[in-house]
Design a protein around this ligand. Structure first.
Ligand code: UD1
Length: 391
């Protein structure tokens, strides 16, 4: 038999097996997705749910992607869309175009998306329009700030999801306000904290990452467009960081967007003296945060990780979609205003940083709760036709 014919038969057989086998097609695309998808994949495997993993390639640098797969033991993706960078429209559209044929080939019972990045909404939208059920992990978080691209992604993904898993109870209030049936929502806790629990003992000590010993230090991460895309705001932030650095050394793992803008705006001299690092692997970043005196950030996930670690966090944003980190955790909202940053920093240095407590269900078992919920939900979902989804 000619080789091409054998290959075609093999591919047809593989695709038939995939169709029979795959219950859940899990999606990951960007750095903050990887620590969420890792425990979900592990729990699905543990509970015998057949899953495949698709990487959209939204983040593609080794430091932003591959290293996380290795560190967190995430299985090699079954599918890779290799979309890369682009404007929001281009990136979202490219994921959608490339995802649709894969979805048609795999025909899973459900597509599982995590978080709020462009890959999340893109894959959810394709699945919903193909009549494939959508599961959203980390649903219902709201900053109520529609200038954040992630907020648009959150609201839209939740609207087209069939099953919504939440990390904190405030999320249900947000979802109900948007007309979502509470019967579709389950409070399971925080899968990102599952990953933190699983890896804390392996975290790389700060001294090893830095190559020097610092008595006390602050960690800074910045990448939100609202902080780094405007030269005036970015410049003022770097000035106040330089002031802080004179009191306690500042360690700054630099996101590619921020590095690009600092160079473009001619602000590179403002980094002089700071401990500037490339984007770090998960285990390095975890060790760096765990051993820090305080963390300054505009990231969503880091607000939660510092709460889990009991390290004071000053969030350089005017709002947060994770209010439990303010109410129960170690997080304080200070915004991008230098005066407010200085005041909050002084308070932490004077011993006034929040100590917080661990929120409910941030106990390392969230992914297992999700897998158990799916064990009963998937057969029910399969018995209904895709277009008669429960309201
Ligand atoms: C994205 C997510 C954001 C998340 C952040 C974490 C959306 C809307 N935003 O924002 O929620 O907190 O990731 O990193 O999905 N780049 C590289 N290498 C990479 C990836 C990106 O150099 O591996 C560059 C891109 O070329 C671009 C910049 O970094 O210039 C921004 O990347 P992009 O994925 O567009 O958005 P983020 O700002 O990273």
């Amino acid at each position: 038999m000619p080789v091409t014919q054998t290959k075609a038969r093999l591919m047809a057989a593989t695709s038939r097996i995939e169709r029979i086998m795959t219950q859940v097609l899990c999606i990951a695309g960007a750095r903050p997705n990887f620590m969420k998808i890792a425990p979900v994949m592990a729990a699905l495997r543990e509970t015998g749910i057949a899953a495949q993993l698709l990487h959209t390639g939204q983040h593609y640098d080794a430091a932003m992607s591959d290293g996380f797969f290795a560190d967190l033991g995430i299985p090699h993706p079954d599918h890779h869309l290799e979309v890369g960078s682009g404007s929001h429209a281009v990136q979202t559209a490219e994921v959608m175009k490339r995802f649709e044929p894969v979805l048609d080939q795999v025909q899973p019972q459900a597509v599982l998306v995590v978080g709020d990045v462009n890959s999340t909404i893109a894959c959810a939208l394709v699945a919903a329009k193909r009549g494939v059920r959508v599961i959203h992990v980390e649903a219902g978080l709201r900053s109520y700030d529609r200038t954040m691209p992630e907020e648009i992604n959150r609201v839209l993904t939740d609207q087209i999801s069939d099953l919504l898993f939440t990390t904190e109870k405030s999320a249900l209030v947000n979802l109900v306000r948007e007309g979502i049936d509470p019967a579709r929502v389950q409070f399971v806790g925080n899968v990102m904290i599952d990953t933190l629990h699983r890896n804390l003992a392996r975290a790389v000590p700060a001294q090893q990452t830095l190559g020097i010993t610092l008595e006390a230090y602050a960690v800074l991460t910045l990448h939100r467009p609202s902080n780094v895309d405007d030269p005036v705001i970015l410049s003022a932030l770097l000035d106040v960081i330089a002031e802080i650095h004179r009191r306690v050394p500042v360690v700054m793992p630099l996101h590619p967007r921020t590095r690009g803008n600092i160079e473009k705006f001619g602000l590179s001299a403002k980094l002089d003296g700071l401990h500037v690092l490339p984007p770090l692997g998960y285990l390095e970043m975890l060790g760096l945060m765990r051993d820090a005196k305080l963390v300054l950030t505009d990231s969503g996930g880091i607000q939660e990780e510092t709460t889990a670690l009991g390290v004071p966090c000053l969030t350089l944003r005017d709002n947060t979609e994770r209010p439990i980190t303010l109410v129960e955790g170690t997080n304080t909202l200070v915004g991008p205003d230098p005066t407010a940053i200085r005041a909050a920093f002084d308070e932490v240095m004077a011993g006034g940083g929040k100590t917080g407590r661990i929120p409910e269900y941030w106990d390392g078992r969230a992914a297992l709760r999700i897998a158990h919920a799916l064990q009963s939900w998937l057969p029910q979902a399969a018995s209904c036709s895709p277009h008669s989804k429960a309201a």
